[in-house]
Structures are given as structure tokens and as C-alpha cells.
Design a protein around this ligand. Sequence first.
Ligand SMILES: Nc1ncnc2c1ncn2[C@@H]1O[C@H](COP(=O)(O)OP(=O)(O)OP(=O)(O)O)[C@@H](O)[C@H]1O
Ligand SMILES: [Mg+2]
Length: 272
Amino acid sequence: MTTYTLNSLLPARSNGLAEIAFSGVSKSYGNKAAKSSQKVLQHVDLSVQRGEFVSLIGPSGCGKSTMLKLVAGLTSPTSGQICIDGMTPANAREIVSYIFQDATLLPWRTVEQNVGLRLELEHTTRERRQEKVAALLELVGLSHAAKSYPRQLSGGMKMRVSIARAMSTKPRVLLMDEPFAALDEISRDHFNEEILRLQQEQGWTALFVTHSVAEAVFLSTRVLIMAPHPGRIAHDIPINLPYPRTEATRQLAAFEDYITTISKTLRGVQSQ
Ligand SMILES: Nc1ncnc2c1ncn2[C@@H]1O[C@H](COP(=O)(O)OP(=O)(O)OP(=O)(O)O)[C@@H](O)[C@H]1O
Ligand SMILES: [Mg+2]
């Protein structure tokens, strides 16, 4: 069997462009029946460099998921432009992966078949697919559950399958929409450390949505606080905590300070 190394998952070199760039992006959702439209995002400018981990936090309905859907090419801006490594979202689909809150596994497929789904769609050969899936399952600690079905897994295990599937096509950009919201605090802390370890190994750029300030601070190079009506980026806060981020990071006074400041800012945004 060919050895499948992590190096083969590493993305190609950057050409120096911002990995994700929003310029003057507005988004309205129309309601044809009511002949009306709702402005969800207004004039969003954002530049995310290669390898950054950027979290979006803000009140419900402020447009966080919409931001991710725009990058994934699942919806289009009403005005403005989005570039992913210089490409339109439609052309960048191959380098963008996403993980949503509910893990969205196919119940009739085993763990290994779920992980291999994107590879099948890419017409990867069966042999190569088996090798890749085995390596990915090892990466997320699920080799023992390869033949299980989603209904036989805990919430945390389902999330691991979802992560493995998202990693299967060497993402350059990983979009995560509240992926750990359903987990208990200890599992969530553990996943937070794991996801940073995976990013370290694989070098992708992350756009991450959460309602947890502590999670955003722990994971991020920058936290964007969004304000509603219409959705926009109200604050852009760099997180200068040292790496590697571990359990010890959570004990730092600076970690607590970031949480206090961001929570206060968030309360200000929410009361607007
Ligand atoms: N497909 C759609 N059609 C019409 N309106 C939509 C659609 N998707 C989202 N919206 C509206 O756009 C606004 C922003 O939604 P979005 O899902 O981006 O918010 P969010 O910040 O992710 O909220 P939450 O924290 O609750 O997940 C909401 O008012 C929502 O009702
Ligand atoms: Mg959302």
C-alpha cells in the first residue's frame, strides 16, 4: 500500500494575493411574493491573508452564515465582489470546503463512504480513495469506526467525520459555521485544540462562525464583530496570543482580557 503522508494534503504555494477578499459586498434577499427585499449585508470590506483564522461573531440574523455562503458560492452578492485567491467563488469551489453545525452526514452511507463522498464526486480512483480515506480517518482518530453508520456515532464522532470529509479535497479555505455548538464544553475545548493542530499541519485559511467568545479568542488570529440591521463588520480585533495555543493559553490573563473586552463590545453591538 502506498504511504499517504500529510504532505500530500498541503496546499500549493500562495501567490501573495489575499486568500479571501470582500470589496463593497452587499447582499439582499428578495421576496418576490411580497415584492420586497431585505438587506442582510451592507458594504462589507474584508481581506483575509493566507493561513489566517478569522472568527465571525455577532447577534443572530446579522449575516454570519450569509458571509460563509457567499465564499462557498452557495449564494451571490447583490453588489460588490468576492475573490478567493484571485478567483470568483464559483471558480474557487475546488479549494473551498465547509463544515456546518449539524455535520450533514448521509445516513445510508458508512463513515468511510461519507468521508469519501467528495473524492467520488471528483472521480478519484477507488484505490486512491481508499488510501486517502484511511489516512483521513486516522487523522481524526476514527479508523476503528470506518464501517459504522452515522446513527451509531456520538455527536463528537459525527463532527470528526464531517471534518475528515472537509479535509478530503485539500482545502485552501475552510468555512466552519458553528461546528462545535452542540458539544459539551470539554469536548469543544478538545476540538478547538485539534482544529488548530490540523490547521498547523495543513495550512488552510479559516473563516469560522461561533456564538462563543472564548472559542473565538482561543482559535483566531482576528475576531470580527458583526452588527445587525443591516449586517456589517463593526469591529476587527487582532488576537495576539502566542502559539501553540493549548490548555495553558486559557489560563493567561491576556486570554481573559480579550474575552472581557470582546463580550463588552458585543453587548454594545447587540443593544444597537
Ligand atoms: N435564503 C434566504 N432567504 C431569505 N432570507 C434569508 C435567507 N437566508 C438568510 N436570510 C435572512 O438573512 C438574515 C441573515 O441570516 P444569516 O443566516 O446569515 O444570519 P446569522 O448571523 O448566521 O444568524 P444565526 O446566528 O442565527 O445563525 C436573516 O434575517 C435571515 O432571515
Ligand atoms: Mg448562522
